[in-house]
Design a protein around this ligand. Sequence first.
Ligand code: NI
Length: 177
Amino acid sequence: MAVRDVIRMGDPRLLQPAAPVQDPTSPEILSLVEDMLDTMRALNGAGLAAPQIAVGLQLVIFGGFRSPRYPDAEEIPFTVLMNPVLEPVADEMEEGWEGCLSVPGMRGLVPRHVRLRYRGVGLKGETIDRTVSDFHARVVQHECDHLAGVLYPMRIRDLRNFGFAEVLFPGQLNDDD
Ligand code: NI
């Protein structure tokens, strides 16, 4: 287990589509997930996608925390999700502030689907099929965007709503996620 380096916006590897995981239950994948978990916890992230540590696989982890930045958000179970497929449940979108470990120190206002069905494969090869909303749906959309080479600033509608966390939200906890 190890904390890996998180690559930052500007690195072309963050813009490449990730490949499906061929064997979700392999020891190599377990080892990768352990490193991703160490990395996410060390940096207080809400989630992490494999491409952020320069591994081009369709694998994200998220949840298992109660964020002081989102005290009212429901707790998201810790989840390892491979080869995800996302399907908005309705057209309703909502804007919310996001950060990213690959865009350190910044925040942007990003529109996301409020309700979302997501499916994929877990670490034991099990099928994951959940319909979620609000913060849980936002985190999944953010993390899975990384698998398509999309970073949240690319989704900001009005770049006046993009800036440094400590300027936008002075005095608040400003961990990246
Ligand atoms: Ni991110």
